[in-house]
Design a protein around this ligand. Structure first.
Ligand code: TXA
Ligand code: MG
Length: 350
């Protein structure tokens, strides 16, 4: 299949391009598109064949459910069988935006889309291209992140091209995304609302709106590889660069010393070594290939850059990646959730 790559200016959206992309989706094709979090791989969420095609294009296990994207809250009523007051409050506060809510599903949603579950994850993105595409398609768009299963999520159209060229009909290139981490997922189908996947919208931001919530322990970094996560997708190996990756955590000067020692040791073995650091620590690593994820004091910069840095390490054929950790803030912990998986939970504490 030939994949079309079409630039779209989000400030001046070409409606004829969007109409064509929407038509493709409605008829069962796959179109990758930007959202404010990461690029999504979109198909008709009400068509079981589209969902199967999404799993095939990603090489994703079919028990890993997809998120339905809508452009208007009215579309929710036909997709779910119950909307609690808590859900209403969360939607008032955070939609459109990087928050996904899990509801009991209605009959309309095929089980192919929900990986066999009787619940459905729904989100209203904020990105103007995503919203226009959903409107033009006239159906809810099922969209996982547009990466091959297991690889870092795409934050640029070129990342989608790397993974999906020849596998899908169209990629809408809306430039680099803003946030760079996938949405926060909240399960509203049990008793107390529970964060299944941390993201840009943090626990305390949510608690300000609805009071106490739980966090699925399997979604937090520490020892979580042994727990069974409630979001099926969280159990798979994820975000992994081809390089062997090690994280070093602890007091700043000790972290620098240990990373330097490891880098030297690996370089002497003939490995191509790269260090992921921060602006604050950059000078410490001047003898090595060190790339900055941003200012430690600005975790949103680190969230924005992380997946790109993991992909660039692959493109540059890095053998060994060494990285600092970022657990000081809530958003930093969302970053750590991805970084721990990328490193296969390989972390050294100094
Ligand atoms: O920001 C995002 O959420 C992006 C953009 C494209 O919207 N999408 C995304 O989708 O990250 P994906 O498929 O890569 O991740 C969806 C996660 C998976 O971990 C999946 O298991 C979980 O959501 N999920 C989906 N439906 C669920 C459900 N009914 N119950 C529990 N977890 C669910
Ligand atoms: Mg994903």
């Amino acid at each position: 299949m030939k994949t079309e790559l079409i630039p779209v200016n989000q400030e001046n959206i070409d409606i004829s391009v969007m109409a064509r992309a929407g038509e493709l989706i409605r008829r069962g094709g796959l179109v990758a598109f930007p959202t404010e979090t990461v690029y999504g791989l979109g198909g008709n969420g009400l068509n079981p064949h589209s969902s199967k095609a999404i799993y095939a294009a990603k090489g994703r296990p079919s028990d890993n459910p997809l998120i339905l994207h809508i452009a208007d809250r009215n579309e929710l009523y036909s997709l779910v069988s119950e909307i609690s007051e808590t859900a209403e409050k969360l939607m008032d506060a955070f939609w459109p935006g990087p928050m996904t809510l899990v509801f009991p599903k209605s009959e309309l949603v095929p089980t192919e889309t929900t990986g066999g579950l009787d619940t459905v994850a729904v989100r209203m993105p904020r990105h103007p291209i995503a919203l226009e595409l959903i409107r033009m398609a006239g159906v809810p768009i099922a969209a996982p992140s547009a990466n091959t299963s297991g690889r870092p999520s795409p934050t640029r159209a070129s990342h989608v091209w790397e993974d999906m060229e020849g596998r899908i009909e169209m990629i809408l290139d809306g430039g680099e995304v803003g946030i760079g981490l996938e949405s926060t997922i909240i399960d509203l189908t049990g008793g107390i609302p529970t964060i299944l996947r941390p993201g840009y919208i943090t626990q305390s931001m949510i608690e300000e709106v609805i009071g106490h919530i739980e966090v699925d322990k399997a979604s937090t970094g520490e020892n979580s590889e042994h727990l069974r996560p409630k979001a099926p997708g969280m159990k798979y190996r994820h975000y992994a660069p081809r390089a062997e990756m090690t994280l070093v955590s602890g007091e700043h000067t000790k972290v620098c010393e240990r990373i330097l020692a490891l880098a030297l040791e690996q370089r002497n073995r003939g490995n191509k070594v790269r260090i992921i650091c921060t602006e604050e620590s950059r000078s410490c690593f001047s003898e090595f290939d060190a790339v900055s994820a941003g200012f430690r004091s600005h975790p949103e910069m680190i969230a924005h850059n992380l997946f790109r840095l993991l992909r660039e390490a692959d493109l540059d054929e890095v053998d060994v990646l060494l990285s600092e950790t970022f657990e000081e803030t809530e958003l930093g912990n969302s970053v750590m959730n991805r970084l721990m998986k990328a490193a296969g939970y390989h972390i050294i504490r100094v």
